[in-house]
Design a protein around this ligand. Structure first.
Ligand code: FE2
Length: 262
């Protein structure tokens, strides 16, 4: 991408591969691999927040009524992705880590951090609901001020959690972290994929918020979907809400593109 316009790698900083120690030459293993995979997911959340932050003012000032409603739906889907991520952690990932390590409350600190940005996050959801229902006009300043309130805390949390996962490497001889995590993800994804709404409204974000060229393409193989399956998914579900997805920093092939409203 030749453009020098602001892009979704800021203003809220992404989690670098150095946080887990992952490199292209020497991929990490064990708990560090778990931390690297979590970094990929967290960066998706951060790129989504950045797309909203960077474009909300111009969509509100220069967009058509349809642009504004599409943008509110786009931003709302991002909030659902954040909520889903934290629900999965609180209900499955963290309790299972506590069990596997036999250290009760080991992950409590991370759950506590979820509470810290809850209020601001809920305010954004409530506001976007009103814009979607045409009860309020989209205000870029309002969206930015809500994001300014909770995003720095969420960004710190998304970075801190990687450190917590890296520290699980002291249990590498006791737990096969990669096997456990892949099984958990596969079970969860199989369940989610039964829902057509998930396929149309949530799954696309894993592609649209991932940059396969990030840091020399270190995580270019994410998400691990066979190409034929991807073709079918794209054709049947992923593009259903293309009008919402135009605000994302990447396309459905996780290739970078300019943001339309910066
Ligand atoms: Fe996480």
């Amino acid at each position: 991408m030749a453009s020098s316009k602001p892009w979704v790698d800021g203003p809220f900083k992404l989690v670098p591969p150095s946080a887990s120690g992952d490199t292209k030459e020497k991929p990490v293993e064990g708990a560090r691999k778990l931390a690297a995979e979590m970094s990929i997911a967290h960066n998706c959340l951060l790129r989504g927040a950045n797309a909203i932050y960077l474009q909300c003012v111009n969509v509100a000032a220069n967009g058509t009524p349809k642009d504004k409603v599409d943008f509110a739906n786009f931003a709302h889907q991002w909030t659902e992705m954040v909520q889903d991520h934290h629900n999965l952690e609180e209900n499955n990932v963290f309790p299972q880590i506590n069990d596997l390590t036999q250290v009760p409350n080991l992950m409590d600190e991370n759950v506590e951090e979820h509470r810290l940005f809850h209020e601001g996050f809920d305010a954004l959801v409530a506001y976007l609901d009103k814009v979607k229902a045409a009860e309020e006009e989209l205000s870029g300043d309002k969206v930015r001020s809500i994001l300014d309130e909770f995003m720095p805390t969420l960004q710190v949390h998304l970075t801190n959690e990687i450190g917590t996962l890296v520290r699980l490497e002291v249990y590498n001889d006791k737990v096969d972290w990669v096997k456990w995590f892949n099984e958990l993800l596969s079970k969860t994804t199989t369940e989610c994929m039964k829902d057509v709404g998930y396929r149309q409204r949530m799954l696309p974000l894993a592609f649209l918020f991932h940059d396969k060229t990030y840091q020399d393409g270190i995580w270019g193989n994410f998400p691990p979907v066979p190409w034929l399956v991807k073709v079918v998914l794209k054709w049947m579900y992923l593009n259903k809400h293309a009008d919402w997805w135009r605000f994302a920093g990447c396309d459905l092939d996780s290739a970078r593109r300019d943001l339309p409203f910066v």
